[in-house]
Design a protein around this ligand. Structure first.
Ligand code: COA
Length: 386
């Protein structure tokens, strides 16, 4: 039975910050951010958005009345969860109006967890081929104002359905996962911002990529010539270049040129949004499909990485008509409003965060489909934007 991704969509916040303006404000050469890190714009999060509203917004873009009836399970991957007990997926399911008889759960292992969702969904579809599994990766990447990680912040969500006879990407049988207890990035329960050993994390990422890819090659016999693109989790776009360079070295043959050109296409959306954490790899996929030389029958390799650490390399084959199964990300990005560094800092500091108090947010300036309007009696208040 063919199983894979049937539809894929993306949502982000309505605001962005220009990285040249941030560099000037921080007294940094803008080329460090634009070239050294590889980021141009960064999604800025108003207090009215969180992992729930972003995840629901991404899923809304692929929803149809027929699909609502077919979804048996909602798997929401996030490291920006809003409750230590209650799953983000419950709120999202309610906002989407999915039926009562739906299984929901939240998954966590840093930026890797959406891929765990894809793999689990594959198993669920194998047991019930009529069903569709909704997998969402939704996050807000926060490192803190004036920290080295600030330029690699971002926010957004991807949503995808995993089904039998997929119309976008048929997944190959072999995938290679690996894990190790490593402190390269983490977020203690008392902190709203991530802790990161950035350069150590970069090295671990590359090690996991090379190890999982080589094992995949041993298991399948596939070589670089068998891939039309290698797609990466992108905490910042330079990370993808570092990983591909570690594999290709100085090689400039036809395979290397094809893979480098595909990487450039896959980095375009991340460059405009920043790190999505769980959704990042799948935004790279969307970016390649909408900006690269993608065509039906191509085999794509996907490398998922989550600090802590876990990595997985897997692959799939593009289906005819795949372009009709995506939302047009460039339209979303073009409709965003630019904010100043001062406005970004104010929004950064006005998130609901860890407060115990009742809070009410001004919602009229946020055009997103779902809103967090505040907190009452320790309960987050969500609403559909009419
Ligand atoms: N023009 C062009 N490039 C420049 C430059 C300039 N004026 N100034 C610096 N650079 C380059 C550096 O040479 C370096 O390139 P390299 O990485 O290829 O060597 C790059 O810009 C970054 O500079 P560096 O001084 O190393 O950056 P930093 O100490 O500020 O840290 C990160 C950068 C990415 C490590 C930091 O932002 C971070 O930790 N981010 C979080 C990463 C993360 O999320 N990891 C976990 C998930 S996988």
């Amino acid at each position: 039975m063919q199983i894979g991704i049937d539809k894929l969509s993306f949502a982000t916040t309505p605001f962005y910050l220009d990285m040249v303006e941030l560099a000037q404000e921080r007294g940094v050469d803008p080329n460090k951010y634009l070239i050294g890190i590889g980021q141009e714009k960064q999604a800025v999060v108003p207090p009215t958005q969180d992992a729930v509203t972003l995840g629901a917004a991404a899923a809304l873009k692929l929803m149809t009345p027929e699909l609502k009836k077919r979804i048996s399970t909602v798997l929401v991957a996030t490291e920006s969860g809003v409750d230590n007990s209650k799953a983000t997926a419950i709120y999202i399911k309610r906002l989407l109006g999915l039926p009562k008889f739906t299984r929901v759960v939240e998954l966590k292992e840093a930026c890797y967890a959406a891929t765990a969702g894809v793999m689990m969904a594959k198993g669920l579809v194998a047991m019930d081929p009529q069903s569709a599994i909704l997998v969402i990766g939704t996050d807000i990447a926060r490192y803190g104002i004036n920290t080295p990680g600030e330029v690699t912040q971002g926010a957004g969500a991807v949503a995808m359905t995993i089904t039998a006879n997929p119309r976008l990407l048929e997944l190959d049988q072999v995938s290679v996962a690996a894990s190790d207890d490593i402190m390269d990035f983490w977020r203690p329960l008392y902190s709203e911002n991530a802790m990161v050993e950035g350069k150590y994390s970069t090295q671990i990422y590359i090690d996991f990529f090379l190890q999982t890819f080589r094992r995949y090659q041993e298991m399948t016999g596939r070589r670089l010539a068998d891939f039309d693109a290698l797609l990466f989790h992108l905490p910042f776009t330079k990370m993808g270049k570092k990983a591909l360079d570690a594999l290709l070295g100085d090689c400039n043959d036809v395979n290397s040129r094809r893979l480098r050109s595909a990487l450039t296409a896959s980095q375009l959306y991340c460059r405009q949004v920043g790190n999505l954490y769980t959704g990042s790899l799948y935004l790279s996929l969307l970016s390649f499909l909408q900006n690269g030389q993608a065509s039906a029958g191509q085999r794509l390799g996907l490398f998922s990485y989550g600090s802590g650490a876990e990595g997985e390399f897997y692959s799939g084959v593009l289906k005819p008509g795949f372009a009709n199964q995506l939302n047009d990300v460039s339209v979303d990005l073009a409709s965003r409003q630019q904010v100043t560094v001062d406005e970004y800092e104010k929004m950064f500091d006005s998130q609901l965060g860890l407060t115990e108090s009742d809070v009410s947010f001004e919602t009229s300036k946020d055009p997103s489909p779902f809103l967090l309007s505040g907190q009452v009696g320790h309960q987050r208040q969500y609403q559909v934007n009419k």
